[in-house]
Design a protein around this ligand. Structure first.
Ligand SMILES: CC(C)(COP(=O)(O)OP(=O)(O)OC[C@H]1O[C@@H](n2cnc3c(N)ncnc32)[C@H](O)[C@@H]1OP(=O)(O)O)[C@@H](O)C(=O)NCCC(=O)NCCS
Length: 211
């Protein structure tokens, strides 16, 4: 069973990452496909994400999932809140009985360093010492750190779920706490302080939010 990572966050919220080693047929026998996905690998990712929902909570009612105009999947009666992400051969999901959630996984790639300015403000570049030639940006960590910040903001975007978010201006990352694997964040779109959780694996970064 290719569960790559599992985390029982509390009594009502669970998170999992699945390393996709199955064929499409395996998932298709178990999971309904909720939208047309033409690309075969993306279809596999989509199905694996859905599969994880019931893996985490066996009574998760896949068949009731609807897709909002923003493309966010949801359950109309909110029996569960959930969020899905996929990247490469991995799919991740977080499911909660009582809290809104957002999740993102990313495989760090070098090009992220060149586009940091698109999603990180000048203030964040300063706080996290991401000025070219110094700190994280010049070490072996070159693209790990910005990938964590990108993933963190994507997780907030999914948690918020209503779209129309200015990543640089409205998702403000304030402090990274390596000891707890968290980032303090202020989401100015609805004046909320958030704690974003992150975790680094060998070739994968995970970020999630619950509030
Ligand atoms: C929607 C978005 C978050 C998806 O992220 P991604 O990295 O492309 O893909 P992921 O695999 O991580 O996530 C895809 C899943 O997110 C979920 N999702 C899609 N739209 C969503 C939304 N608006 N809100 C919450 N979840 C959403 C779906 O479950 C989807 O998978 P599925 O269709 O198989 O169910 C992303 O495309 C996006 O729009 N990001 C915002 C970009 C932006 O505004 N950037 C500005 C700063 S540069």
């Amino acid at each position: 069973m290719p569960v790559f990572f599992q985390h029982q966050i509390n009594d009502t919220t669970r998170l999992g990452i699945w390393k996709i080693e199955e064929t499409e047929e395996f998932f298709k026998g178990n999971v309904p496909q909720h939208r047309d996905v033409t690309h075969p690998h993306k279809r596999l990712q989509h199905l694996a994400g859905r599969f994880l929902l019931q893996f985490l909570f066996p009574d998760f009612p896949y068949e009731l999932i609807q897709i909002a105009d923003t493309r966010k999947p949801f359950l109309p009666d909110e029996q569960y809140h959930f969020s899905i992400s996929h990247c490469g051969d991995y799919a991740a999901a977080i499911v909660s009985k009582d809290k809104r959630v957002g999740i993102d996984i990313e495989i760090p790639v070098e090009k992220i360093s060149g586009i940091m300015y698109k999603f990180l403000s000048a203030k964040e570049h300063g706080i996290f010492n991401l000025i070219p030639g110094t700190g994280d940006n010049s070490s072996a960590n070159t693209y790990q750190a910005p990938t964590i910040f990108w993933s963190a903001k994507e997780a907030v975007f999914k948690w918020y779920a209503s779209g129309g978010v200015d990543f640089r201006r409205q998702i403000q990352l304030l402090k990274k706490n390596p000891a707890t694997g968290t980032i303090d964040c202020f989401f100015s779109k609805n004046d909320t302080a958030l704690t974003i959780h992150y975790r680094q694996f060998d070739h994968l970064v995970l970020a999630w939010v619950m509030s």
